[in-house]
Structures are given as structure tokens and as C-alpha cells.
Design a binder for this molecule. Structure first.
Ligand code: FAD
Length: 472
């Protein structure tokens, strides 16, 4: 007899495993299917985020940042050390250890919550049945009262620059280099391209980033993008805007990359090329022809605001549906879907999802940019505070950047907060919470912030919105 579950989740990335845990917390009988295989051939839960995305990239960003600071900043603090050297194998081993611990932790969490973790492929059939094919096993059919699809996304391959083992790689490949390339090309100056470019540039690679768009970080506030561009340039990252790659081919001398820019046809040769031009929803082999699930023209599974698909009882969450491709967005959708299945009222505020770029300085924002507010026609006011005027930032020797707040004139509501500077990814949480509770700018102004802390920059930026900054 085939197995039956209250909820079957397909995909154990941050969207899927979190959905499974929340469903189990409701006392539901849950199975979570995942087929992820690492380069060593071993299966692991955790999806892109834990195995090939958020976590390994942050591990390498931390190592490379420490190396860079040891080489360039220690002297300023009076710390005298001989020239630091980088042991790439040790750096990669540390990263792999973190990934192993965290992915093993997910397996433990599933077990602790009495979720059946099924390693293999899941396919949605008609009538909320799921075909599960274990790794090296025969397909079996599972009955589900509810299904949550959480199959994530995969890197987009450029036809003109096809993956070439070890030379033209995706973001996962760029996390696995066993030596610092002398020259590195990156196609795409988005979040992933900038983070990976930063890692290898800090370790000594000469990095050139080719970006097809004319605007740098078009999704970010213009003031923040301007500061970030200046900082990256001073770090030696060569970011070429309006540069469209027309061909890339690996040869004996490296990868030859042809691109067009405003001056015409250009060419460069690099040791390795990372293609980071975005990700597409991954639904390969997921849906039987008669499953009844609608997808859009870009392949995203169509869902409503509550992540319901076109089939009653089937939800879809995370990167495989519309919205920003971010782990925390997927996790919160997973929680919402599981709560709704359990009969609770649940919703997700899509207007208040923070974005972070873990470069140095970090970049983080939530809500609308100044341009977006301007376009909306609502009267607004802005205030900013530079980290150069923050005592804590000075003590940290990290004074680049600022906090900028955009607020409404009519009711003083905070509409957007944009940060470029130290720990921006942590600082943004205060803004997220404030906006989630529809805080006014005055609410932040009248909130006590610890001294000396980077959070004072948020406080001062809120004061600056009404021309009342105290320390600038
Ligand atoms: P995934 O994490 O992709 O998980 C989907 C899982 O489903 C996978 O394990 C896959 O094997 C499995 N699967 C797919 N189809 C099937 C099937 N039919 N049967 C069984 N299993 C299946 N986001 C952030 O928020 N912060 C960051 O700092 C950040 N850094 C990133 C850095 C890099 C280099 C990359 C590539 C991404 C980064 N992201 C970051 C994005 C983040 O990784 C994704 O948004 C997140 O992983 C999406 O979660 P998900 O659960 O929807 O999908």
C-alpha cells in the first residue's frame, strides 16, 4: 500500500525544509523530498542556499575579508605581522566544514520534528499524488493531502558563453576554485557577481566585471549605488557598464571574452570566467503533464499572494515562484503555506523584504528607493547620515558609506531605508521591524540607540529627515 502524508514537500532548501518543519509543528504528518547532490556525489539537504549559495559564499567572503584587512589594515591599528599569506585549501576546508555542519543540521532538524526525509526525485502527479524515485531506487507513489513545491532555481547559462569545465563556471564553480586565478572575468554585476568578484579580488585576482546594463545596481537607491561604485573601484574591481558579452570560449591561453560596449567591439582574455547573469526557476521533471499546475512565460509556478497554485491543496514557495530570489523570502513563504494548510490565518508582507549584498562595504535596503517614491507621486523627504561621522565606525576603521531614509511628508511614515556601510546587513533589521510596524520617522527619532554603535547612524539619519541630526 502506498504511503500517505498530510503534507509532502518537494525540495529541502530554505523554503521547503522550513515549510516542512512548520507543518510538523502543527502536528501534521510530513515528508520532505530532496535530490540535491554535491560535487563529492553525496546527497545533502539545505538546497542551493546551504550547499552552493548563501552560506559558502559568506564563509569565503569572511575569510577573504580577514585576509585583506590583515594585509592592509592591521598596520593602522599598530599590529605588526609579517606579510600574511593565504592557504586556499584551508579556506575551502573551513567553508566545506561549515556547509557540512549546517546541512547535517537540517537532516537532524527533520528527524527531530518526525519528518520523513526522502532522498531522491519528487514529481507531482494529478490528484495530489507524488511520485518519489529514491536515489538508485524504483519510483513509488505517495498520497498527500497537501503538497508544497519548493524546487528552487538554477543558474542561467549564456548561449554565447556555455559552461566549460573549470574555465567558464557558474556561481557554484566560483565557490570551489582551489587557487586564486590571476585574472577573473565575471559576467553580471548583480548581487552574486559582486560578492564572488569581491572574494577573489581580495585574495589577489585581477577582477573585471562586465555588466550589460548602463546603470550600476539598478535595483538599489541611486545614492547608495554611487557610493558603492566608488568604493568597489578603489578596491580595484574593474566594473564595465554597458558591456554586452557576445562570445566566450576557453582555449589554451585562458578564456577569450568578446563584448560590445559604447566604443564598439572589445575583447579580453581571463584565466577563468564566472557567469552570474541570474537564475531561472527550476521545475525540470517536477510536473506530470496532467498535474494541472500553471507556470508563467518565464517558467515560474503561478501562485496567488498566499502561494496557492492553480491546483487546490498544492502550494509553491521560494525561488520557483515570483518575487525576489532570497532565502528569507522563501522561508517565510514556507511558514505561511504550512500555517494556511493547518487552518491558521497567515500572510507575508512582500513590501518589507530586506535585500543585502555582502560586499565590503555591505549594502542593504528595504522598501522603496527615492526614485520609486518620486515616481509614485507621494510627497517625500529624505535624510542621510555618513558613517564617517560615526564614532563606532571610526573605531572600526570602516567609515565608508551612509544610512539614507526616505519618508512620507503627509504622515511621516518610513517608506524606504538604504544603507551602504559596515554591517549594513545587520543594521537593516531595525528598519525592517520599524516598517513592518508602520513606524513613523519620529518613532525612530525617539527610540534610544546605544552609544557608541553603528545603529546611531540609523537614528541620526531619521533625525536628518527633519533636519535635526545632532552629530553631523
Ligand atoms: P533551493 O535552495 O534552490 O532548494 C531547492 C531544493 O529542491 C534543492 O535542494 C533541489 O535539489 C531540490 N529539488 C528541485 N527539484 C526537485 C525534485 N523534483 N525532487 C526533489 N528535489 C528537488 N539568498 C539570500 O537570501 N542571501 C544570500 O546571501 C544569498 N546568497 C547567495 C549566493 C549565491 C552564490 C547563490 C547562488 C544564491 C544566493 N542566495 C542568497 C539565494 C538563495 O540561495 C536562494 O534564494 C534560496 O536557496 C532559495 O531557496 P529555495 O528553497 O526556494 O530553493
Amino acid at each position: 500500500m502506498s504511503k500517505s502524508f498530510d503534507v509532502v514537500v518537494i525540495g529541502a532548501g530554505p523554503a521547503g525544509y522550513v515549510a516542512a518543519i512548520r507543518a510538523a509543528q502543527h502536528g501534521l504528518k510530513v515528508a520532505c523530498i530532496d535530490e540535491w547532490k554535491n560535487h563529492d556525489g553525496k546527497n545533502a539537504f539545505g538546497g542551493t542556499c546551504l550547499n552552493a549559495g548563501c552560506i559558502p559564499s559568506k564563509a569565503l567572503l569572511e575569510s577573504s575579508e580577514l585576509y585583506h584587512r590583515a594585509a592592509h589594515e592591521f598596520k593602522k591599528h599598530g599590529i605588526r605581522v609579517s606579510e600574511p599569506t593565504m592557504d586556499i585549501a584551508a579556506m575551502q576546508k573551513r567553508k566545506a566544514g561549515i556547509v557540512r555542519q549546517l546541512t547535517g543540521g537540517i537532516a537532524g532538524l527533520l528527524k527531530a520534528n518526525k519528518i520523513e526525509g526522502l532522498v531522491g526525485h519528487g514529481k507531482l502527479l494529478a490528484g495530489k499524488q507524488v511520485e518519489f524515485t529514491p536515489v538508485d531506487g524504483k519510483p513509488e507513489t505517495i498520497n498527500a493531502k497537501h503538497v508544497i513545491l519548493a524546487t528552487g532555481s538554477t543558474p542561467i547559462e549564456l548561449k554565447v558563453a556555455p559552461w566549460t569545465d573549470g574555465s567558464i563556471v557558474d556561481s557554484w564553480g566560483a565557490l570551489e576554485f582551489d587557487a586564486v586565478p590571476k585574472t577573473l572575468g565575471v559576467v553580471g554585476a548583480g548581487v552574486i557577481g559582486l560578492e564572488l568578484g569581491s572574494v577573489w579580488a581580495r585574495l589577489g585576482a585581477k577582477v573585471t566585471i562586465l555588466e550589460a546594463m548602463d546603470d550600476f545596481l539598478s535595483m538599489a537607491d541611486r545614492d547608495v549605488a554611487r557610493v558603492a561604485a566608488k568604493e568597489f573601484k578603489s578596491q580595484g574591481l574593474d566594473i564595465k557598464l554597458g558591456a554586452k558579452v557576445t562570445a566566450a570560449k576557453a582555449g589554451s591561453k585562458g578564456v577569450k571574452v568578446d563584448y560590445d560596449d559604447k566604443d564598439g567591439k572589445q575583447s579580453m582574455t581571463v584565466e577563468k570566467l564566472v557567469v552570474a547573469v541570474g537564475r531561472r526557476p527550476f521545475t525540470d521533471g517536477l510536473l506530470a503533464d496532467n498535474a494541472g499546475i500553471d507556470t508563467d512565460e518565464r517558467g515560474f509556478i503561478k501562485v496567488d499572494d498566499e502561494c496557492r497554485t492553480s491546483v487546490p491543496g498544492v502550494y509553491a514557495v521560494g525561488d520557483c515562484v515570483r518575487g525576489p530570489m532570497l532565502a528569507h523570502k522563501g522561508s517565510e513563504e514556507g511558514v505561511m503555506a504550512a500555517d494556511l494548510i493547518a487552518g491558521e490565518v497567515a500572510e507575508l508582507n512582500y513590501d518589507v523584504i530586506p535585500s543585502v549584498i555582502y560586499t565590503s562595504p555591505e549594502i542593504a535596503w528595504v522598501g522603496k528607493t527615492e526614485d520609486e517614491v518620486k515616481k509614485s507621486g507621494r510627497e517625500y523627504k529624505t535624510g542621510s547620515f555618513p558613517f564617517a561621522a560615526s564614532g563606532r565606525a571610526k573605531a572600526m576603521e570602516q567609515t565608508a558609506g551612509m544610512v539614507k531614509i526616505v519618508s512620507a511628508v503627509d504622515d511621516d511614515e518610513v517608506l524606504g531605508v538604504h544603507i551602504v556601510g559596515p554591517m549594513a546587513g545587520e543594521l537593516i533589521s531595525e528598519a525592517v521591524l520599524a516598517m513592518e510596524f508602520s513606524a513613523s520617522t519620529e518613532d525612530i527619532q525617539r527610540t534610544v540607540h546605544a552609544h557608541p554603535s553603528l545603529t546611531e547612524a540609523m537614528h541620526e539619519a531619521a533625525l536628518a529627515v527633519d533636519n535635526r541630526a545632532l552629530n553631523y
